[in-house]
Structures are given as structure tokens and as C-alpha cells.
Ligand binder design. Sequence first.
Ligand code: CA
Length: 224
Amino acid sequence: MRILVIEDNRDLAANLVDYLEGRGHDMEFAADGLTGLHLATSAEPDVIVLDLGLPDVDGVELCRRLRASGNSAPIVMLTARGEIEDRVAGLEVGADDYLVKPVSLRELEARLRAQVRRARGELEGRRLQVADLVLDEQTMFVTRAGEPISLTRLDYELLRELMRASPGVVSRARLEAAVWGDSPPESDSLRTHIHRLRRAIDHPFDQPLLQTVHGVGYRLAPGR
Ligand code: CA
């Protein structure tokens, strides 16, 4: 990850930078807010570590300016104990997470990774579509022809697996593994769930999407 650290305490900053560099990350560093603002744009960091108390532009203001300029790099704030008001203000103006000093370096790295993962996931959109059937992996909202479809958790997972593979065929074993993991269900639960799923997504509509591929599994695709 390319990480920008904005922190005026030189000792703490050196500590963070050394540790994260040792973990293989690409580091950028600013000791004041204005340099930080500049680097946040020019260095294109994957994630920003931002100290709240800076000598010039404070962390909350810096966060606000970054978001106002359209910069969406995840921001993890570092706050002193007691800066609760500032922490809340920081989250309100667009910071994604915060850590209270003294920070555990391992925890900081884990939080940074989580933020970068989440940001990348959001960029991918996570919206699956087959014909007029749409599944949003983030909101878990399913619609067909614009009509909301309500599914049980289990049927939702079945549908998601089929949509991810579409127009490919998904074997019964793979569907069972996706939904039940290592503890597969009694005999023919899958068939029961497929039946229910078909009733929810296909029966009210003209064009069936959920197809049985005999002896193999199931496929979600229009027509034949
Ligand atoms: Ca400080």
C-alpha cells in the first residue's frame, strides 16, 4: 500500500514510517497540514494516517478540505485520549476510522489494510445483474424489473453464487458449499431452496432465469 502519514510529532512519525516501511509499504510523510494536503493529491496514497492536532491546518479541517476537493482516499485519524469531540467531528467530515494514541503499530497496519480493502471493494461496484434481475452486494437489495424481491438470507446467498457465475452452470456441490460451508444439509435441502428462489425471482415474471441443468446443477441466465 502507498501510505501517507501526516503527523507533526517527529518521533511518532518516524516510528510509524519505519515500522510500515519495514512491512513493505510505500511511505510518504508530511509534518504539517499544508504539506499533507499537497501530498494527498500529488502522491496518490491508498490510505492516509492523519493526526488530529497539527500546527497549521488541524486534522478535521484537513479532512474537510480533502473531501471537498473530491479526494476519496480512506483516512484513519490518530487522536489523543480526550479528543472525543474532535474525533466525532473528524468522522462527520469524512474520516473513515480513528485510533487513540498511543497506537499499536500492528493494529494500525490492520486498520489501514481494512480501509484499503473496503475502498477497493466499493470501486468495484458490487452490483450484479442478469437480464433485469439486479443484486447489490453492499445493500443486499435484490430487484427484478425494478420490483424489490425479498429473500431469506440463505436464498440470497444461493442467488448471489448463481449471479456471480452467470451465465455459467454452478454445480450442486458448489452451491451447497457456498451456502452451508463444511456442514452440508440433509438430503435435498438445496432443491427446496432452489424451488423457493425460483418462486421469488421467476414466477411473477414472463421470462424464467433460473434453469436446471440436469445431473449437473443450476444456471441463471435468460432464454435457452
Ligand atoms: Ca500532533
